[in-house]
Design a protein around this ligand. Structure first.
Ligand code: FDA
Ligand code: NAD
Length: 434
């Protein structure tokens, strides 16, 4: 079969793809030069909506409302936009084979695509409990969440079990955001996670205590320090029981699992350099193969601020890395150069009426300031992380846009602090006065 040629192909149709397409269009693109190939059925959208307003029982977010690039306050790109710009959206197309040296891609139905420059934007997928051989984990009624189809299946599951018992396995981002969604959907929710507190990859014990207390006040039951080791099902194969390692058993009508993500790199194994589970790239998101870039969740990139290569699984980096790669592609064509990627890590989450932002690095000692009593309405509190007497990370719950900007500035500038006590006493003022 002959190959369909494009000057540029973006493999993957998620967040990074949408922002890359917009950058190509703004820097100059001829019709027919760019194709996005995605296994999803819809044009790129802001994935974070799936674990938030998409699952609301009333007034839920629906496409085309959250196509990229609305998430960062930009113009929304509905499917027609791609047509107007002459960008080929090749949807419902799973790529199963890639030859990076030849820059050819083969789909599951045997179509061959070839390009001059390839941007890998395949993102990540959920880790499944069946991957660890958890007994009964393939039962009906056990849900994961990555793509819009997963969210639709979950909504159907919620509708089938009104008022039912839900068990959430995992205490990270998915666990916390989905526990809130299911409470709002009037399910009886229990969270189970192995660590002593939720969101351990970011939260300190004190920060976590606030969110756990708040969730409990909304009716979420929390079981910590244990894992799901097996599931039992009814005669129709639908889950009805979760067995825990500590011997306890939880009845369940629905189970949602969020035990981490795995970058989708297997198509490229042995063809390029990898590091820390991702595709190793330079400050312009070029991989070790000429003319091949990797952006978003799959890329392990130089985090200049910390002089270290890292992979980041968050939306802000997906957007910015895509823009950086496209700017580099276009600049190189014109014989120009662009500055290196100089990223300040930024993570956020929203659930119930809570909303936090974090900037920088959560290493070293930490101090917490403000109102950490979850029973106080609209409590505002924050934290700083201090390493080598410098503030390297900052967290704020319920901040205003200006306050969030202030904590971002602190994390970027890394000011020196006299003492933890003084920092704790000045709290948010420390950031606001910078
Ligand atoms: P992304 O996953 O967005 O896109 C990858 C695309 O590639 C998908 O369309 C996929 O189908 C496609 N693909 C993969 N393999 C393919 C193949 N072989 N052939 C064809 N297509 C293929 N972050 C944050 O900072 N704040 C938040 O609130 C949230 N919320 C959130 C909620 C949920 C439910 C999830 C799953 C994730 C988040 N995130 C987040 C993380 C954020 O969404 C994530 O970091 C970005 O979507 C990453 O963008 P990418 O474009 O790299 O991957
Ligand atoms: P995560 O890494 O945030 O959390 C995984 C959690 O799984 C751990 O904290 C732990 O509690 C739990 N866990 C691990 N092994 C377990 C086991 N065997 N049994 C029970 N629990 C176990 O991953 P996630 O919450 O699954 O999120 C998936 C992806 O989606 C990540 O890339 C994340 O960044 C992204 N996401 C981000 C946001 C956000 O930034 N607001 C929101 C949703 C999803």
């Amino acid at each position: 079969m002959s190959a369909t040629y494009f000057k540029y192909i973006i493999l993957g149709g998620g967040v990074a793809a949408g922002y890359a397409a917009r950058e190509f269009a703004s820097l100059g693109l001829c019709p027919g030069e760019l194709a996005i190939i995605s296994k999803e059925a819809v044009a790129p959208y802001e994935r974070p909506a799936l674990s938030k307003a998409y699952l609301f029982p009333e007034g839920a977010a629906r496409l085309p409302g959250f196509h990229t690039c609305v998430g960062s306050g930009g113009e929304r790109l509905p499917p027609e936009w791609y047509g107007e710009k002459g960008i080929e959206l090749i949807l419902n197309t799973l790529i199963v084979k890639v030859d990076l040296a030849q820059k050819t891609l083969e789909s599951s139905s045997g179509n061959i695509f070839k390009c001059g420059t390839l941007i890998i934007a395949t993102g990540a997928t959920f880790i499944k409990l069946t991957d660890f051989g958890v007994q009964g984990a393939d039962a009906k009624g056990i849900y994961y969440l990555r793509e819009i189809d997963d969210a639709d299946a979950l909504i159907e599951g919620i509708h089938e079990k009104p008022g039912g018992k839900a068990v959430i396995v995992g205490g990270g981002y998915i666990g916390l955001e989905l526990a809130a969604d299911l409470i709002i959907n009037k399910l009886d929710v229990t969270m189970v996670y192995p660590e002593p507190w939720c969101m351990p990859r970011l939260f300190t014990a004190e920060i976590a205590a606030f969110y756990e207390g708040y969730y409990q006040s909304k009716g979420v039951k929390i079981v910590k320090g244990t894992v799901a080791t097996g599931f039992e099902s009814d005669a129709s194969g639908h889950v009805n029981l979760v067995k825990l390692k500590d011997g306890r058993e939880l009845s369940a009508d629905i189970v949602v699992v969020g035990v981490g993500a795995r970058p989708l790199v297997s198509l490229f194994k042995g063809q390029l350099e990898e590091e820390k589970g991702g595709i190793k790239v330079d400050s312009f998101f070029q991989t070790s193969v000429s003319g091949v870039y990797a952006v978003g969740d799959v890329a392990t990139f130089p985090l200049k601020l910390y002089n270290e290569n890292r992979r980041v699984e968050h939306v802000d980096h997906a957007r910015k890395s895509a823009i950086q790669a496209v700017q580099h592609i276009k600049a190189t064509e014109e014989g120009k150069s662009i500055p290196e990627y100089d990223y300040l890590p930024y993570f956020y989450s929203r659930s119930f009426d809570l909303s936090w932002q974090f900037y920088g690095d959560n290493v070293g000692d930490s101090v917490v300031f403000g109102q950490t009593d979850p029973s106080v309405p609209k409590a505002k509190f924050g934290a700083y992380w201090i390493k080598d007497e410098k503030v390297v990370g900052a967290f704020l719950e319920n901040g205003t846009p200006d306050e969030n900007k202030a904590i971002a500035k602190v994390a970027r500038l890394q000011p020196t602090v006299e003492s933890k006590e003084a920092l704790c006493a000045s709290g948010l003022d420390f950031a606001s006065k910078m």
